[in-house]
Design a protein around this ligand. Sequence first.
Ligand code: FE
Length: 344
Amino acid sequence: MPIAKGAPVVDVNQRRIINGGDADVMQLYPMRHTFAWDAYEAGNANHWLPTEISMQLDIEQWKSDSVLSDDERKAFETVLGFFTTADSIAANNVVLAIYKHITSPECRMYLLRQGYEEAIHTHAYQYIVESLGMDESKIFNMYREVEAIYEKDNMVLSLNEGIFDPHFKTGTLENDQKFLENLIVFSLIMEGIFFYSSFAVMFGFQRQHKMTGSAEQIQYIMRDESQHLNFGINLINTIKEEQPEVWTPGFQEHVIDLVKRAVVLEYTFATEVFPRGIFGMNADGFKQYIEHIADRRLERIGLPKQYNVENPFPWMSEAVDLNKEKNFFETRVTEYKTGGQLSW
Ligand code: FE
């Protein structure tokens, strides 16, 4: 696109998350969506690398015959099998689908940071798999072999297909809703629901003092992911404000349906991975936990709760509770910078 030589300063009121038109995306200022800049700064302050976390104890425990049961090994492997491809799906969606349609430069800044964080997460799984001497090909191919992982990934990928089309453009009601659907499927469902039974299992191991290096990796990942989710929710809610015409009653019903479908896939995944339960978490517990977080995701984008159930894993709320997130960032960032352990 040629530069509009001599054009006046961009009018901040023209800035839009999508469909920003002539509001030059190369100029960071004037800045309208300051939540994106805040997220970018928080991401930088939370920078971490997988190789900084010791895996020594995990290696000993994984190689020992007396620490982990067969069920625990299977659960650990399958959860990793989900994680290994999930962040690659996330990275592709950020870079190849979302980025080009976003016309807010500060949102693009955060998406660049987010894309890098997704790469760090894939690196973390690679590092765990390699450290423990697991079969890399088996773990990284699980999304094509384990039905419950396939079903989750397939839901996300098939719904998002449209906006990967090189000819896809925002700017019509139908396409703006399609784009918003992508954000909802990707942020709210993939990052906000499909990660959470796997997070719960990893913290289950940690509470038993098992595989604590891996669990610590996952804690750093979850801290990043809760920021990705927050950012995604901000994008969704800001598009709703900027273009209220997209948020039709029919579309809202559609979103609730998608979340309900995702809830079923997620607790099916949990019960297939842990058919006999694990660490006191059984099928009913997982179902209720997933329903509980799905309600919270719906509320964040202004939709009614569907399940109205208590959190059956109250110990998870310390680790995952988005209400505590601010507090969490304030306390943890400093500890990370001084090399302290990430404890909750
Ligand atoms: Fe993410």
